[in-house]
Design a binder for this molecule. Structure first.
Ligand code: THG
Length: 281
């Protein structure tokens, strides 16, 4: 299955049969005090620097999250999108729990964005599916519903099916629904990663949709997070993860290696390209 996203002109295809696509996570105020401080001053230069460095590290899509307590992201998210699109031709993933912010950003965005995110709560489906349809956006569907988060992978699969079914009935193409299996901290629940990996396998095998997830959520609260993230990322890709939201400076090498060993990189062309681009920096 193929999901196409677009910047102003540039198309990115997320293909369940193709190489892994990297959605850069770094435009996110989590632990980035400088981003909050500069955005509060309506200064987008640091955000643009974060975009630039992620693009150099081979991000294919940029996640844009400008939400923090006290901010009106209905105003800030569209401004951030405009500033990014004036400089860069890379598809954007609009990351906000506020549907009004998503809608305001889609109004000014060029190309075809990814909405991050919709879930199976009735309010979310009713509010966001018509918006996605109106602006021709793709969506990330988080597998939680009005009963909350289940720890049963079969139930998470059924929630994914529900989101896809409702999206298609709202006029969205099936391939424009990317499923998020809900990666959560393994420090809080020893079973968290196993449940999510099994969900990835089920969604891949039975539905064949593209799959995303936050790459570093799982290691919150633990030391030496990169080892945990890398082990989990490799297993997730094996099971069917196709477009992680991650820090490209940390993940691209692993992603290229995973594509190579899974026979998605003939003659190691992309692997070597990344190695050489690293030498230049
Ligand atoms: N699924 C979907 N969207 C998501 C997530 C998900 N969006 C948000 C989040 N999870 C993914 N994005 C981030 C962004 C930053 C960090 C983690 C996840 C992060 N930042 C570093 C830290 O906290 O140590 C700081 C910056 C850095 O050093 O890179 O961890 O799961 N659909």
């Amino acid at each position: 299955m193929r999901t196409t996203l677009k910047g102003k002109t540039k198309e990115v295809i997320i293909d369940t049969e193709g190489p892994v696509i990297i959605i850069g996570e770094c435009i996110n105020p989590t632990r980035r005090k400088k981003l909050v401080a500069t955005l509060e001053a309506h200064d987008f230069s640091y955000m643009l620097e974060l975009a630039e460095s992620q693009i150099s590290a081979l991000a294919d899509v940029l996640d844009v999250n400008v939400g923090y307590p006290g901010v009106d992201d209905e105003v800030l998210l569209p401004q951030a999108v405009k500033a990014l699109q004036e400089r860069f031709d890379i598809p954007l993933c609009l990351d906000s729990p506020n549907p009004r912010a998503i809608e305001a950003a889609l109004k000014v965005a060029e190309g075809k964005c990814l909405i991050n995110s919709v879930n199976a709560e009735e309010a979310s489906l009713q509010r966001l599916l018509p918006v996605a349809r109106e602006y021709g956006a793709a969506i990330i569907g988080l597998v939680l519903d009005d009963d909350g988060i289940t720890h049963d992978p079969e139930k998470r699969l059924r929630i994914a099916e529900k989101i896809i079914d409702r999206a298609v009935r709202a006029g969205i193409k099936e391939e424009d629904v990317i499923i998020d299996p809900l990666a959560m901290a393994v420090s809080a629940d020893p079973d968290a990663c196993r449940v999510t990996l099994e969900t990835i396998r089920l969604v891949h095998d039975r539905l064949g949709h593209n799959i995303t997830q936050g790459a570093s959520n799982i290691s919150f609260g633990l030391p030496d997070r990169e080892n945990i993230n890398n082990a989990y990322m490799a297993m997730s890709i094996m099971y069917g993860l196709t477009c992680p939201i991650a820090n490209p400076e940390k993940i691209t090498g692993l992603v290229r290696a995973a594509d190579l060993v899974l026979a998605r990189d003939d003659y190691a062309i992309r692997y070597i390209e990344h190695y050489q681009s690293n030498l230049k920096h």
